[in-house]
Every structure is written in C-alpha cells, then in structure tokens.
Design a protein around this ligand. Structure first.
Ligand code: NAG
Ligand code: NAG
Ligand code: NAG
Ligand code: NAG
Ligand code: NAG
Ligand code: NAG
Ligand code: NAG
Ligand code: NAG
Ligand code: NAG
Ligand code: NAG
Ligand code: NAG
Ligand code: NAG
Length: 694
C-alpha cells in the first residue's frame, strides 16, 4: 500500500518536473538523463535527501536539479558535473543508474552508510575524474573491468571490500594520481600492472591483508611521493638497483618484514619520512641510512636491530625525530648525536645501552623530547647535571635505569622548560629533592616505584599546570600536604602541550587495582588522564575535605597508606572521577551517601578499613562488587551483609557528615516516622473495623 502511494508521488513529481521542462523556460530544468540517474540514485537510498524533490509550494527554480543540495552542473552544458554528498547519513545502495550521469566529473559520497556492491556501470563513466566513496560499508570483490579514462583520484578506503586489488586500474586510467585502498579486506599481492601507474603520486593500501614482496617497480614509480603500506603482511622489500626513487614518505610499519634493512637509501633522492616500526628486521642500520641527507623522521622502533648507533650527523642535517626504541642496540649513547643540529625528539628506550649520558649532550640545543627508559644507564646525578643544560628539553623519561642510586639533592639543578619528568621504577633512594621546586612549568611528574622517603613537599600544590602526579609505591610519610588540594590544573584544567613528536609511545607501569604492574602505553602526554596517585606509601593523617575541589581529576588513588579519619562527603564534588581507591587504610566512619552522585565512577574501593554503617545504594554503587567493601566488619548493605536494625542507628553522623547527608538522614527519619505512623494507623483501623465485619 505504502509502496503504491510512494510510486504515485514519484510519478507525480516526475510528471510535474517534465511539465515544467515543457512549459517554463529552459534554465529551470534537468537534463532527462541526469533526472533518470538521480531518480535511480534516490531509489537505491533508504531515505530521501533533504532538499531534493521540492515540495509543490516551493519556487519553480527549485525544480531544477542543478539547484539541489550537493549537485553542481556544468554552466554551458547544464549537465551534472559534481555529486558531492559527504556526511549526509545516507543509507542503502548505490544504484546502477548512476551511469545516466554520463557527464559526471566528481562523485563524493564519503562518510555515509552506503552498503552492498558498487555498480559496475559506475566504472565506465568517461568523464569521471574524482571518486571518493571512502568510509562507507561497501562490501564486494572488485572483479569487473574498469574503464575510467579520465580518472585521477580514487578513494575507496574504510569500506569492507574484499578480494584482489583491482589490478587493471592503470591500464585504462593512465592518469591516476591518487589511489587509496586503506582499511579494507583486500588480499593478494601488489599487482604487477601497477607499473603502468606512471602518474601516481599517492598510494595507500594500509590496513589490509596484502602480502608478498614490496616490489621494486613501486618504489621507483616516477611521480610517487607517498607510499603507505603499513599494517599488512609484506615479508620483504626488494632492492632498487641503479634506479632512483622520488618517494618523500615511505611507511612499511607493522608488516612481517624480516632480515636486514636494504642498504638502498642513497637511491632515494627525496625521502623525508621512513617508518619500518614493528617488523622483525634484524642486523645493523645500513650505512646509507646512517648518512641520509634527506631524512627528517626515522622510526625503526620495535624490531630486532642491533649493533651500535652511529649516525653521521654532519651529513644528516634534516634529522628531527629519531625513534630506535625497543631494539637490541648495544654500546653507549653515541656522543655525536648531540651534533645532529635539528634533532628534537630522541627515543632510545628498551635497548641494551649502558654507561652514562655523554658530556656532549650539554650542547644538545635542539633536544626537546628524550626517552631513555629501560636501558642500563647509570649515574643519575651526572645525567641530570648534563641534561639541565639542554635549553629546550620539555619531556624527560628515564624510567627503569639507575637502579638503587640516590635521587640527587643538588640544589643547583634547574630545568626551566621541563613539562614532563618521569623517573619511575628505578628503586631510587633519597627524598623528593628541593630542586624540583624550580620546575614550575611541570605538567606531569612520575616518581612512582622507587624507595623515596620523607614528606611530600607542599610546594607541589603551587604548580599551576600539574595535572598528573604519581608518587605511588615509595616510602613517603607524614600527612598529605593540604596544598595539593589547590593544584590548579586539577581544579580547572586548561593546559596545552605541544609535543615534539606525538608519534612516540610513552611507557608507564600501571600499579592499579590488580596490584601487579602491567605496562600502559599512551601516545601523547596530553592524553594522560588527570591523576593523583599517592598509593602504597606510609602516609598518615586525614583525607582533606578540600580534595572535593579537584573537579577535573579522573583518578584519585590513596590506597595502601595509613590514612585515618573519615571519608569526606565533599568527594562527591569530584564530578569527573572515574577511579577512587581508598582501600587498605585506617579510615573510620560511614561511606557518604552522596558518593552515589559520581556518575563516571567505575572503579571504587574502600576495602580493608574500619568503616561502618550502611553501604549507599544507587547510582554507580549498584555496579560495585563485594570486593570494593570487604575487610570492613562494620559495613552492611543490601547486596553485602544485611543490616541489623540496631546497626542503622549507628549511622548517626560522625564529624564528616555534611549538610547533604543531614538532609538524607532527615528524610530517612521521616520515612521511619511515616512507617511507624502508618503502622499505627493500620493497627488502629483493624482494631476498629475488623471486629465489626465479623
Ligand atoms: C533562469 O532562472 C533565473 C532565476 O531563477 C532567472 O532570473 C533567469 O531569468 C532564468 N533564465 C532564463 C533564460 O529563463
Ligand atoms: C570528499 O568530501 C570530503 C568532505 O568535504 C572531503 O574532505 C574530501 O576531501 C572529498 N574527497 C575528495 C577526493 O576530494
Ligand atoms: C579497459 O577498457 C576496455 C573497454 O571498456 C575494457 O574492455 C577492458 O577490460 C578494460 N581493461 C581493464 C584492465 O579493465
Ligand atoms: C624534493 O622535494 C622538494 C619539495 O618537497 C622539491 O622541490 C624537489 O624538487 C624534490 N627533489 C627531487 C629530486 O624530486
Ligand atoms: C611489536 O612488533 C610486533 C611484531 O613484530 C607486534 O606483534 C607487536 O604488537 C609490536 N608491539 C608494539 C608495542 O607495537
Ligand atoms: C624473526 O626473524 C628471525 C630471523 O631473523 C626468525 O628466526 C624469527 O622466526 C622471525 N620471527 C617472526 C615472528 O617472524
Ligand atoms: C625492558 O626491556 C627488556 C628487554 O630489554 C624487556 O624484556 C622488558 O619487557 C622491558 N620491560 C619494560 C617494562 O618495558
Ligand atoms: C658520575 O659521573 C660523574 C661525572 O662523570 C663522576 O664524577 C662520578 O664519579 C660518577 N659517579 C659514579 C657513581 O659513577
Ligand atoms: C601552601 O598554600 C598556601 C596557601 O595558598 C601558601 O600560602 C603556602 O605558601 C603554600 N605552601 C607552600 C610550601 O608552597
Ligand atoms: C607496590 O606496592 C604494592 C602494594 O603495597 C606491592 O604489592 C608491590 O609489591 C609494590 N611494588 C613494588 C615494585 O614495590
Ligand atoms: C583556557 O585557555 C584558552 C587558550 O589557551 C583561553 O582562551 C581560555 O580563556 C582559558 N580558560 C580559562 C578558564 O582559563
Ligand atoms: C587506626 O586508628 C586507630 C584510632 O582511630 C588507632 O588506634 C590504630 O592504632 C590505627 N591503626 C593503625 C594500623 O594505624
């Protein structure tokens, strides 16, 4: 029935449009082929496009399809030249009748939900230059012949396409400049026919299942600048002999490449970015790569490369980012790295490097990001003395080195521009040094998993940008300084962080609820959650009422200390809190009912304290298991241990209960009173009424 009505409307619309064609002047019309094409296109969709097929009352000119949203017509022929409908939430299929749009030059339907096969006829439109069907749900094997002689750009990335890459492409479409097949399910090899793509500038097959060799002809295509092959199953790279490559960016990361890196970099005239991260490459870095004149960003992280590191900085004058992390490089940090004049970001983490930081790093003027974690370096004192001379150093990560050394207390140390300092997991002795007081720009400080003693300095509370403070797993004692509750970035976070190389990973031990350290990896420091972790120390005293001010905090971990007093109800003002762990302390009193208002709270524990009274019920508390509350003999609740009536009265406010709690207590009492009153009434009524019924 509905179908019939829809059909009639179609017929009416078509008829009226055609009538306008005849009656009204020429520029109010659509070419009849285009109209057929659009009608078919519309039929393939599950819901109409806003602004197409005007309502009867709209002006006559709106009957002209050239005026419809997303359509551009050629001014002389009046034919549709562009169909541009990205981000329109279109669902349904792409109809075969697009072939009627035979003057189409550009088709952009990216970022919709179109599904099913791609119509064969689309691939025979003579004038089509740009096709963008990316980010849809097309799923199919592309086996048909393709004859798009004018094609320059084809983007079918982020779909569910399968089978071999359409190998015939460059046979009929000789002028292709851009081919993007990324994030699909393509299999097989790079087709040898791609040799014909002599005008190709960008090719991406990233995140598919392509395997085999990375062929010679691809590397040397005369116009190819960007080749993205990451996240496939390639097993080797061919050499390129006497030819030259004009590639500017080459990404072969996350494949299954093994063996040595070919020594062919002298043949790359313009290579600026090279990433072979996360393969199984072994051997040394080839000489031609150690002396590349053009490379600016080099990423060889997570392979099995070995030998010593020996870049020729006098030649590598463009090198700005060098990531050699997670390999088997040995020896010491080469002194000459400091003479790479543009080198800003250096990652040598997780290698077998030993010894001390060379004195030459004092003159490392460009250095901004340095990670040396998990090697076997020693002499933290001299390391810091040297690095404090690097004027641009903003991120310094020294985790897992300098085992059992003393954290230097030298008052002369100063790092004016440091924004992130991580010296975790080194079993360092000593106390939190006073030179830290000068690092007022600090946004992230991590001294976790050491053996530091003494108090937490109050001046940390004055660090306006500090949003991540981890001092967990040390032997710090004394009270938590109240000044920490004034940390501005945890109250109203507003920081910006310009990282030299957002590409580097940042390893961090996670000492969270499970207890055993696992490794967290964040891509960027700015992505770290606002955190205050003082867990596993010897801290005493209360949890300050003012902690409630830290509204931006996501993680507050105070577990495994000797904190006493009650849990302040003000914690319910930490609206963004996700993890709140107060377990393994000596806390008394009740759990404030207001905590049920913390909507993002997903991990909560008050286990092993001396809490008593009723466990609040409602909100996120419905999702916490017994383990969040165990080890508190005085606690009871619906899903824990049934409360005895007399225990309820033990809920009488301790010093911590705030106005909010008082209100709830009042309501509770009122309810009890009403209960009593109604019970009394029922009794009285039954006494009065029941005998009469009898
Ligand atoms: C085309 O339409 C425009 C606006 O609708 C109108 O101003 C113009 O006169 C029309 N041209 C012709 C040739 O009818
Ligand atoms: C398609 O449209 C989107 C959104 O306007 C745009 O980002 C994209 O570059 C277009 N595709 C092509 C190939 O021009
Ligand atoms: C090239 O176009 C012709 C004519 O449409 C067609 O027969 C042939 O199969 C096409 N070649 C490829 C490799 O798709
Ligand atoms: C290298 O690239 C630059 C611009 O990126 C260009 O000016 C230069 O011509 C290229 N050189 C070669 C040999 O392709
Ligand atoms: C390191 O590379 C291997 C493949 O060689 C991969 O399986 C693993 O996920 C990579 N690890 C990281 C942290 O990228
Ligand atoms: C990595 O390469 C080595 C030889 O260099 C080989 O023995 C090993 O099996 C490879 N590992 C994987 C996962 O391919
Ligand atoms: C430290 O490096 C060694 C190898 O050098 C590796 O086995 C270990 O997993 C690394 N540990 C961390 C926490 O990165
Ligand atoms: C640390 O390095 C400094 C300067 O190189 C040196 O004087 C000192 O003896 C070293 N300390 C240790 C414990 O090796
Ligand atoms: C702690 O905060 C108070 C009040 O803002 C301030 O006066 C005091 O100087 C701070 N203490 C330290 C050691 O920074
Ligand atoms: C960190 O503290 C927890 C809890 O006290 C403890 O179980 C763990 O062994 C500590 N880890 C280290 C590396 O000291
Ligand atoms: C946050 O920073 C931005 C730009 O850095 C500034 O425009 C804005 O006023 C700041 N907001 C607050 C609350 O400080
Ligand atoms: C816990 O606090 C009580 C007083 O509130 C005190 O008597 C007891 O010694 C404390 N226990 C520990 C382990 O600190």
């Amino acid at each position: 029935m509905e179908m019939v009505v829809v059909l009639w409307i179609w017929v009416f619309l078509l008829f009226s449009v055609q009538t306008q064609v005849l009656v009204i002047s020429q520029n109010l019309t659509c070419d009849s082929n285009d109209l057929k094409g659009l009608t078919g296109f519309m039929k393939g969709l599950e819901s109409p496009i806003d602004g197409w097929w005007p309502a009867p009352s709209s002006s006559l000119s709106s009957y002209n399809c050239c005026n419809w949203i997303g359509i551009t017509c050629d001014s002389s022929s009046g034919r549709i030249a562009k169909l541009h409908l990205p981000f329109k939430e279109l669902t349904g299929q792409l109809s075969d009748s697009v072939s009627y749009l035979d003057q189409l030059i550009m088709l952009n339907l990216s970022h919709n939900f179109l599904s099913g096969p791609l119509p064969v006829s689309l691939f025979h439109l003579t004038y089509l230059e740009v096709v963008d069907l990316s980010s849809n749900e097309f799923d199919q094997v592309l086996t048909f012949s393709i004859n798009l002689p004018a094609l320059q750009v084809l983007d079918i990335s982020y779909n569910k396409l399968m089978g071999f890459l359409p190998f015939g492409l460059c046979v009929n479409s000789t002028g292709i400049r851009v081919l993007n097949f990324a994030v699909n399910y393509f299999t097989g090899i790079i087709p040898p026919q791609f040799k014909n793509c002599i005008f190709l500038e960008h090719l991406s097959v990233a995140s598919n299942f392509i395997s085999g060799i990375i062929p010679n002809f691809l590397l040397v295509l005369p116009r190819l600048k960007e080749l993205t092959l990451q996240d496939n199953g390639f097993t080797s790279i061919s050499g390129i002999g006497d030819s030259f490559s004009r590639l500017v960016r080459l990404d072969v990361s996350s494949n299954r490449l093994s063996g040595a890196i070919p020594d062919f970099f002298h043949s790359f005239l313009n290579l600026s970015y090279f990433s072979a991260r996360s393969n199984n490459l072994s051997g040394v870095i080839p000489p031609s790569l150690l002396s590349s004149r053009t490379i600016s960003s080099l990423n060889l992280r997570n392979n099995s490369l070995s030998g010593s590191i020996n870049f020729k900085c006098s030649i590598m004058e463009h090198l700005t980012s060098l990531d050699l992390g997670t390999n088997k490089f040995s020896g010491t940090v080469p002194a000459n790295l400091a003479s790479c004049r543009k080198l800003k970001a250096l990652n040598l983490a997780r290698n077998k490097l030993t010894g001390q930081i060379p004195e030459s790093f004092k003159k490392f003027e460009s250095l901004s990001y340095l990670s040396l974690s998990n090697c076997s370096f020693n002499n933290l004192s001299s390391t810091l003395k040297i690095l404090q001379n690097c004027p641009k150093l903003t991120v310094l990560i020294l985790t897992m080195n300098f085992v059992t050394e003393q954290l230097p207390a030298d008052d002369h140390l100063q790092f004016k521009s440091l924004k992130a300092l991580v010296i975790a997991n080194c079993r360092l002795m000593g106390s939190i040094p006073s030179w830290l007081n000068g690092l007022t720009q600090l946004q992230l400080l991590d001294f976790s998993f050491n053996h530091l003693t003494g108090m937490i300095p109050a001046y940390l509370g004055g660090f306006e940008s500090l949003f991540y403070l981890d001092l967990s797993n040390n032997s710090l004692s004394g009270e938590i300084p109240k000044n920490l509750t004034q940390l501005q970035s945890m109250i109203s976070r507003n920081i910006s962080f310009e990282e030299p190389s957002p590409d580097f990973p940042f390893f961090k031990m996670n000492s969270n609820l499970s207890g055993r350290g696992s490794i967290l990896q964040y891509k960027q420091i700015i992505r770290f959650p606002p955190l205050l972790d003082l867990s596993s120390n010897h801290l005493t005293g209360p949890i300050w009422w003012e902690f409630g001010n830290l509204k931006k905090l996501h993680v507050l971990d105070l577990k495994d200390n000797r904190l006493s007093g009650s849990i302040p109800a003000s914690l319910s003002r930490m609206k963004n809190i996700e993890t709140l762990d107060l377990s393994h302390n000596n806390l008394t009193g009740t759990i404030p009912t207001s905590l049920v208002n913390l909507n993002f709270l997903s991990k909560f524990s008050v286990a092993y304290n001396n809490l008593k009274g009723v466990i609040p019920n409602g909100g996120q508390f419905l999702t916490f298991s017994n383990s969040s509350f165990e080890g508190n003999p005085g606690l009871c609740g619906d899903y824990f241990e049934k409360c005895q009536i007399h225990k309820d009265s033990s809920q009488t406010p301790a010093s911590s209960v705030d106005q909010h709690d008082d209100d709830e207590l009042f309501i509770l009492r009122l309810l009890v009173l009403i209960g009593f009153a109604s019970g009394f009434l029922v009794t009285v009524i039954s006494l009065l009424v029941v005998p009469r019924i009898r």
